[in-house]
Design a protein around this ligand. Structure first.
Ligand code: PLP
Length: 409
């Protein structure tokens, strides 16, 4: 048994070794904060934008301002930011249903998409894209990277309507994708088939780098507001940003073909969306530092963990390979115990909507399931990998690590 003092020292040593990467994360946060602040100023955001709306929501200036803010920051022509979007899966699904039509081909270049999207794309008899006649093809990673040869061959021969890629690792033992990788694959795809729509699942990727996928060739990005861009404040919702011609189609899917984004009100008021987006660059930086520290600590104890430490990762997730199911449960439960909310609650694995295996989710969060807050989750299957992410404050992650180390030694 090592003492609490020794555990603290270990964590401090790891922190010291990460000094250079932490500085880089600070630089990125500064650039992203500037970008966000400029967008607030340029769009003359004002307290009247925090007002609620009712009924149809006609002329809801807050909604319009929020859309403009997101599209300015992500350098897109347009955006939909909405509490009516239930979560990230819903946002990404809207993007897919919005632009794809019967007999179109959707090509995933990142292997199997996130668990909850599998049924959306390929389910049978549930109103999936496949039920509506959209064809799907998937090209897996080769050695942890895009299989560029096979992608170019496929795009040349079949001219898919849309290409799908995912920035974060999801429940997979793989590196997250960086924007320079997205640029490489997007350039190749567009050089062969310039009309191809590149759609990026941006979950956990916002503000992680200086650029976003839309800066390097993605036509549409989509994500969850209870992850990075909600800054821990947004109570629910999702966003989609991209080219106007696509965003209009997607808005028609969000409501109806006759109404698009002209309707939709929100009676609770938009203050937390503005405030959350404003602090998001800083919150994401805290989470990245926490993620790097966690991975360093786990690997120093002899556990395989991601991200590696040569460069900043493309998402905020630390994955660690544990030895047994019991250890996995302990790990997630320890995360719950050291959370500000529901610390006295014990999470159990269970079947959750959209997932194939039982999943355990520790989320002692202010916002239910909000994974920009410090959370740990895992599908119950071998190898037993825990996914730790988020942290509104870096200090919370650092303190939580003291408890997590106890599960690992
Ligand atoms: C979280 C996540 C999603 C969407 O999940 P929701 O729980 O529906 O918000 C999609 N893709 C990835 C990679 C994710 O991490």
């Amino acid at each position: 048994m090592i003492t609490k003092e020794k555990i603290k020292n270990l964590i401090n040593e790891c922190e010291t070794q990460l000094k250079d990467l932490f500085e880089k994360a600070d630089e990125i946060a500064l650039k992203n904060q500037r970008k966000v602040l400029d967008a607030f100023i340029n769009n003359r955001i004002s307290t009247h934008h925090f007002n609620f709306s009712t009924g149809y929501g006609y002329g809801d200036s807050a909604k319009e301002a929020l859309n403009r803010l997101f599209s300015d920051v992500f350098h897109t022509e347009d955006a939909i930011v909405s509490p009516m979007i239930a979560n990230g899966t819903h946002a990404i699904s809207l993007a897919l249903y919005g632009v794809l039509r019967p007999n179109d081909i959707l090509l995933s270049v990142c292997g199997k998409p996130y668990d909850t999207l599998v049924e959306v794309i390929n389910g049978v008899g549930c109103g999936s894209l496949r039920d509506f006649g959209v064809k799907y093809h998937q090209i897996n990673y080769r050695n942890g990277a895009f299989n560029l040869d096979e992608i170019s061959k496929y795009v040349k021969e079949f001219k898919p309507k849309a290409v799908f890629l995912q920035r974060s690792k999801g429940y997979h033992w793989q590196k997250s994708i960086l924007n320079r990788d997205i640029k490489e694959v997007a350039d190749i795809i567009k050089s062969i088939h310039s009309d191809c729509i590149i759609i990026c699942d941006n979950c956990y990727g916002e503000f992680v780098e200086e650029l976003e996928p839309t800066d390097v060739g993605a036509d549409i990005i989509a994500g969850s507001l209870i992850k990075n861009p909600g800054g821990g404040c947004a109570p629910t919702g999702g966003y989609i940003a991209g080219k106007t011609k696509y965003i209009e189609l997607i808005a028609k899917r969000l409501t109806t073909p006759s109404l698009g984004n002209e309707v939709g009100s929100y009676y609770s008021g938009y203050l937390p969306y503005f405030q959350g987006f404003f602090i998001a660059p800083s919150v994401v930086r805290n989470a990245i530092k926490g993620c790097l520290l966690a991975s360093k600590v786990f690997s120093s104890l002899g556990y395989e963990s991601l991200p590696a430490h040569e460069e900043l990762p493309g998402d905020i997730i630390c994955a660690v390979k544990l030895k047994s199911k019991e250890q996995l449960l302990d790990f997630c439960r320890a995360t719950q115990k050291i959370s500000p909310i529901d610390s006295h609650v014990t999470p159990y694995p269970c079947l959750m909507p959209g997932y194939k295996n039982d999943v355990i989710m520790a989320a002692g969060a202010f916002i239910q399931g909000s994974s920009i807050e410090l959370t740990a989750d895992a599908p119950i299957k071998e190898p037993y990998i825990a996914y730790l992410q988020g942290g509104l404050t870096y200090e919370h992650v650092k303190i939580a690590l003291e408890k997590l180390v106890e599960c690992l030694i």
